[in-house]
Design a binder for this molecule. Structure first.
Ligand code: ZN
Length: 51
């Protein structure tokens, strides 16, 4: 069996700033900003409808 490392995405472990759950994100967490798991990211993503 052969593993293709090139297709493996680098994941960064984080603790969700909302639910406190451990998760992994495919980007480097920004220490200045809260990081959310995928579920909470859906809730916290920027909404520009009210501007
Ligand atoms: Zn969460």
């Amino acid at each position: 069996m052969k593993y293709d490392r090139g297709s493996e995405r680098k994941m960064y472990p984080i603790v969700c700033a909302d639910c406190g759950k451990e998760a992994e994100v495919p980007f480097k967490p920004d220490s200045d900003r809260p990081v959310y798991c995928r579920d909470c990211y859906q809730k916290h993503r920027p909404q520009r409808d009210n501007y």
